[in-house]
Design a protein around this ligand. Structure first.
Ligand code: NAD
Length: 450
């Protein structure tokens, strides 16, 4: 018996009561979540300020609003998602009908990271509830204020046997992984993703792994440079670069390097001014990450920024040029406000460079040319991304969001969240009016009378 066995037993018994499968129950649970979040926007924004110095604007748009939209979308579509779907039946199965019944897995575990500590705990929960599951959520220990507010909100609207939050760090997470859950949804780093999958394998528990990696951003010679600069600056420096789908590094066509970087410098100024004096610029989550990021500042040539405030754990938007794949900053996901720049002459070299490394979670291409767009989309494998924008794809409930290769397994958002947390049970409903003889050995007659 582990420390969390009793929670699991309670949730398993509750799941067996069938209450969570009832559609009205699920919609009511989503409505409760929506009202609770709406009534607690200020405490949530205050907590995100305390943990990461997130501005109210960022806290609202990138955490609260995203989940409110997801809840609305799920409530509006749940009835049609949850219905058994009739599908075609082949001629060989004549007389029968075929259906797919989505069913909840049962008791699920959601483990969340610190970078969007509220959004990344709630968004999967919406899918778990919509699909009719129970859930245990383990938020990040690195954002304790947000995790505390989140745990309080959840305990005020749901009984523990339905949905509960367990707070704690690595040991808590590992103790939870000792239990036999019916599904595990993990968001975090690639290395911990491997630990999660190893633990899940012991019980053959299915998983979704939302991981990370180095997401390239390519600016081709025919791009709208000014707009590209603004959209890349926002996608990279929102949340101080601590975004799983932030452009990790830039691939700039040699011919537009100078004008692009000029626009980029202006875009950063427009968005953040003097970032270290801007009370709304997000800080780095911990001293350890601050040190790790600071060690990259001498890579290549410092082109923009480079200043830090150690006391407040802030690093200003920084651009490094004259970078090669050998620099330390190019070895792992950066996850901070530092943007290294590689240059290229041929798009084939870009494709080769990306393909020599693990499959990215996101890829962004700025180009007006359809043939370049097609070439990159056809040749390079990556989780998802945008043409002529950054990060925005993750806000659409119609686009399943997830990685491929080491950047992740599975996807969610919108309908994708419902299916992620559902098993699709295939059912063939056979007729008893006649029996086809061909399937049986030694039968020569036509239709057999029953
Ligand atoms: P992390 O992997 O260190 O931690 C994530 C969660 O796992 C936390 O709740 C933590 O307590 C737990 N954990 C840590 N070590 C563990 C272990 N050994 N065993 C069991 N549980 C453990 O990730 P992080 O630093 O919180 O987040 C940053 C990473 O998450 C980045 O790599 C980023 O790209 C990725 N990320 C991915 C997405 C996505 O949607 N794909 C979103 C946000 C962040």
């Amino acid at each position: 018996m582990g420390p969390y066995s009793s929670i699991l037993t309670k949730q398993q018994s509750f799941f067996r009561t069938e209450k969570t499968k009832n559609l009205t129950y699920r919609i009511d649970a989503l409505e409760k979540l929506r009202s609770k979040i709406k009534a607690n926007e200020q405490p949530l924004m205050d907590a995100l300020r305390a943990d990461l110095n997130k501005s109210e604007f960022d806290a609202y748009t990138t955490e609260i609003m995203i989940v409110l939209e997801e809840i609305k979308f799920a409530i509006n579509h749940l009835q049609s998602w949850a219905k058994p779907r009739k599908v075609k039946t082949p001629i060989t199965h004549i007389g029968s009908k075929s259906y797919i019944y989505p069913e909840p897995y049962g008791v699920t575990l959601i483990i969340a990271p610190w970078n969007y500590p509220f959004q990344l705990a709630v968004a999967p929960l919406i899918g778990a509830i919509a699909a009719g599951n129970c859930a245990v959520i383990k938020p990040s220990e690195l954002t304790p204020t947000t995790s505390e507010v989140f745990a309080k909100l959840i305990s005020e609207i749901y009984p523990e046997e339905y949905i509960t939050v367990v707070q704690g760090g690595v040991e808590t997470s590992q103790a939870l992984l000792e239990e036999k859950f019916d599904y595990i949804f993990f968001t975090g780093s690639v290395s911990v993703g491997k630990v999660i999958m190893g633990a899940a394998a012991k019980n053959l528990t299915p998983v979704t792994l939302e991981l990370g990696g180095k997401s390239p951003c390519i600016v081709h010679e025919d791009a709208n440079l000014k707009l590209a600069a603004k959209r890349i600056a926002w996608g990279k420096f929102v949340n101080a670069g601590q975004t799983c789908v932030a452009p990790d590094y830039l691939y700039l066509h040699k011919s537009i390097k100078a004008p692009f970087l000029q626009f980029f410098q202006e875009a950063i100024k427009d968005l953040y001014g003097e970032a270290l004096e801007n009370r709304n610029f997000t800080r780095i989550v911990s001293e350890k990450h601050f040190q790790r990021l600071s060690s990259f500042l001498d890579n290549g040539k410092l082109f923009i920024g480079g200043n830090t405030n150690k006391k407040r754990l802030q690093i200003e938007p920084t651009v490094l040029t004259e970078i090669t794949w050998e620099h330390p900053v190019m070895q792992d996901e950066i996850f901070g406000p530092i943007l290294p720049v590689l240059e290229y002459e041929s798009i084939d070299d870009v494709i080769k460079g990306i393909e020599n490394h693990p499959k990215p979670l996101a890829l962004y291409l700025f180009s007006e040319g359809e043939s370049i767009q097609k070439k990159v989309l056809n040749q390079v494998s990556f989780g998802g991304g945008c043409l002529n924008d950054t990060v925005y794809h993750l806000g659409s409930p119609h686009l399943p969001f997830g990685g491929v290769g080491t950047s992740g397994i599975g996807s969610y958002h919108g309908k994708g969240s419902f299916y992620t947390f559902s098993h699709e049970k295939s059912i063939l409903k056979q007729t008893t009016k006649f029996d086809l003889p061909f399937r049986y050995p030694n039968v020569k007659d036509g239709l057999t009378k029953i």
